[in-house]
Design a binder for this molecule. Structure first.
Ligand code: CO
Length: 137
């Protein structure tokens, strides 16, 4: 089977203080923010720092009932999910479902940066929340 993954799109890290986290990555690693976005539907503010053809995605909640707020309360700061780039999000999602994988999104939906995304539940992916990311740019 040919791999559905073409690249690691981003590694997402949940933080309490987005500005402090950005400053740390800038000062320690010389990383620079390429994109910032508030995704109201997910209740998150994010900053993307480019690493080669991938990103570090720093995530912070914008409201108390967002999934990232609940994650921070339960697990604390740290690795939240890994986004894998795929050529076709719908095809990759169907492949996961056909293989018995538990999904959070039954169908692809809009992500940040104009991408199309779907999340796979960590229960059937060995503890890692996985995001399938189709970037048609
Ligand atoms: Co993501």
């Amino acid at each position: 089977m040919e791999s559905l993954f073409s690249e690691i799109d981003h590694v997402a890290i949940a933080v309490h203080d987005l500005e402090a986290a950005i400053a740390w990555y800038e000062e320690v690693f010389g990383a620079t923010v390429e994109h910032r976005e508030v995704v109201e539907s997910d209740g998150v503010a994010e900053a993307l720092l480019r690493v080669a053809d991938s990103y570090i995605q720093l995530l912070t909640p914008t409201r108390d009932d967002s999934p990232v707020a609940k994650y921070l309360a339960k697990r604390g700061e740290g690795l939240h999910h890994v986004g894998y780039r795929v050529r076709d999000c719908a095809v990759a999602l169907e492949s996961v479902k056909a293989s018995g994988g538990r999904v959070i999104d039954q169908a692809p939906r809009p992500g940040s940066r104009g991408t199309t995304v779907a999340f796979i539940h960590p229960a059937t992916s060995f503890g890692t929340l996985i995001e399938l990311v189709e970037d048609s740019h």
